[in-house]
Design a binder for this molecule. Structure first.
Ligand code: 5GP
Length: 193
């Protein structure tokens, strides 16, 4: 059903290993009315073990990605750790027109671009309890190569330095607590729009 109210765009960022995906899952579980939508990004990186094309990402070649850029089909894109990541424009516009709350799970360069293009977007940054804890979580994650893990650990302080540009910051210390804070934050954003 179409709504005459325009939806809200929410930028959701965190360093790799902060439990961002789990937090989003918890958030969407609380969305009993189906008001939330999650943008599925394009990426040129290879799928990890369990990842499915069209669900976790649209996995595409660099050529195809560059074609999308030249056709202006992406709201934003960035290079992260040697791969392209970008947000397809059409589905996001459609959800916003339907009045949905649309989440973009993107890294900090993309967040900056969306903020400039869409000043009405609200941004949330997820912080780890500490850098040591983040390192521990990343090293325990068996899905990435040691080189990738080291690169992600090295990027984290740079990403955290950008967290002050975000409207809200939530520390993912205990999952249930952080998920509830996130849900209340999103509820407040929707109510004050
Ligand atoms: P990962 O490889 O761990 O799935 O993602 C690496 C980083 O890219 C994460 O910080 C993730 O949020 C970000 N990312 C995922 N999709 C997009 C996108 O469409 N645009 C941008 N700028 N970053 C993205």
């Amino acid at each position: 059903m179409m709504s005459n109210k325009h939806g809200k765009l929410i930028i959701f960022s965190a360093p790799s290993g902060c439990g961002k995906d789990t937090l989003l899952r918890e958030l969407f579980d609380r969305d009993t009315n189906g008001e939330f939508a999650l943008s599925c990004s394009m990426t040129t990186r290879s799928p990890r073990n369990e990842e499915k094309d069209g669900v976790d990402y649209h996995f595409v070649t660099r050529d195809y990605f560059e074609e999308l850029i030249s056709q202006d089909k992406l709201i934003e894109f960035a290079e992260y750790n040697g791969n392209y990541y970008g947000t397809p424009k059409d589905p996001v516009e459609q959800w916003l027109n339907e009045g949905k709350t649309v989440f973009l799970e993107i890294e900090v360069q993309g967040a900056e671009k969306v903020r400039k293009k869409r000043p009405d977007a609200v941004s949330i940054f997820i912080l780890p309890p500490s850098l040591e804890e983040l390192e521990r979580r990343l090293r325990n994650r068996k899905t990435d190569s040691p080189e990738t893990i080291e690169k992600r650990i090295a990027l984290a302080p740079l990403e955290i330095a950008k967290s002050s540009d975000f409207d809200y910051r939530i520390v993912n210390d205990v999952l249930e607590r952080a998920a509830e804070e996130l849900y209340q934050t999103v509820k407040n954003i929707k109510e004050t729009e």
